[in-house]
Design a protein around this ligand. Structure first.
Ligand code: NI
Length: 351
């Protein structure tokens, strides 16, 4: 299963006042996991928020950041009354478990020692791992909520150590704000991560600080990190071709079952070759291509395509400078086919 992005309607550990408006934006952007915290808004508004999250088809998360046991117990009871899907955070596990017993709420408490507000994760990596092991061994604990980016330890080391130690899912929280951080969490074995403040403040790297643009950018990054080659967003061919300049080096632009969509720039003539089993489609996006066959030549103009069946020898040639071509072919296809040629590429980059 891929890494899960949980959008928190929170800033600096508090549910924001205009959460309902931001929720509409998140749902229209297709975010499927949405949370809020137990502080910042009165109970009845949190309840309305939860109803709206679920009515929008998303999974709801309540994260407990209040530190004292009485507040945490009150928040757990509120979670039951509100009917959230997942309760994140909190540290008073023995007090919370009986409250959740018999409900469908999944529970991901904080491992380690949590201090202050906004919350900070104190202690060494070993201490956090010990706590994680203890919590994960309990019935009723479904996973962990690790405040990775609120620790002063080596964050990557901390995430990797906790994920390696426990066999339950670990959600990473704290202050995620870039694709690199998300990718590191994924490599460490995280099941998910939360972003609130960065998206609401417009700080996540994106085309604009607007929340919808921020959320779409995060979702595209997550799709890429999860190796979902299709990021469920339109791809502009002109911009995609403009993103690279080397010729005879196909880029993967998308995956359709066992087929791949590739973009390649041709310059001059390629090498005569055939493919034993793969058929290839060449669609000219810009320029003109000459497809040479042993028995004839075909000129393929901009906006036209040609299919070369497997086993047929062919040699593509760019006419008039660079020719931009979109390829559709089985993922096993190697550009040079049976021929020996220095332009053979087997490890393709993506656009
Ligand atoms: Ni070929």
């Amino acid at each position: 299963m891929g890494l899960r992005f949980i959008f928190m309607l929170t800033r600096n550990d508090k549910t924001v006042e205009d959460a309902a408006r931001h929720l509409k934006t998140a749902l229209s952007a297709g975010v499927h996991h949405i949370g809020f915290k137990d502080v910042g808004l009165p109970f009845d508004q949190l309840k309305d928020l939860n109803t709206a999250i679920k009515a929008g088809g998303a999974t709801s998360y309540l994260e407990v950041v209040s530190l004292d046991q009485a507040s945490e117990v009150a928040s757990a009871k509120a979670a039951v009354e509100i009917g959230v899907d997942i309760l994140l955070g909190g540290t008073h596990v023995d007090a919370v478990l009986p409250i959740l017993a018999g409900t469908d709420i999944r529970y991901f408490p904080f491992p380690g020692q949590i201090e202050g507000h906004p919350s900070v994760l104190a202690g060494s990596i070993d201490q956090v791992v010990d706590s994680a092991l203890d919590l994960a061994s309990r019935d009723g604990v479904d996973g962990l909520d690790l405040l990775a980016y609120r620790s002063d330890q080596n964050v990557t080391g901390l995430m990797a150590a906790v994920c390696a130690a426990v066999d339950k899912p670990v959600i990473m929280a704290g202050s995620f704000g870039s694709r690199d951080q998300i990718e590191i969490a994924r490599r460490c074995g995280a099941a998910g991560f939360t972003i609130g403040t960065a998206a609401l403040n417009g700080d996540y790297p994106a085309d604009s600080p607007e929340l919808e643009t921020q959320l779409r950018s995060i979702q595209r990054d997550v799709a890429g990190i999860n190796n979902h080659l299709s990021p469920h967003a339109p791809k502009n061919l002109t911009r995609a071709f403009a993103s690279f300049s080397d010729t005879w080096s196909p880029r993967i632009a998308g995956q359709i079952n066992n087929m791949q969509l590739k973009l390649v720039k041709l310059e001059g003539a390629f090498v005569w070759h055939h493919h034993d089993t793969e058929d290839e489609l060449f669609l000219v996006h810009r320029g003109r291509m000459l497809m040479k066959f042993r028995d004839r030549d075909e000129i393929v103009e901009e906006g036209e395509f040609i299919i070369v069946p497997h086993g047929v020898e062919h040699c593509p040639v760019a006419l008039c400078g660079i020719c931009e071509v979109l390829l559709l072919e089985p993922e096993t296809t190697v550009n040079t086919g049976n021929a020996q040629d220095p332009r053979r590429v087997t490890d393709l980059a993506r656009v």
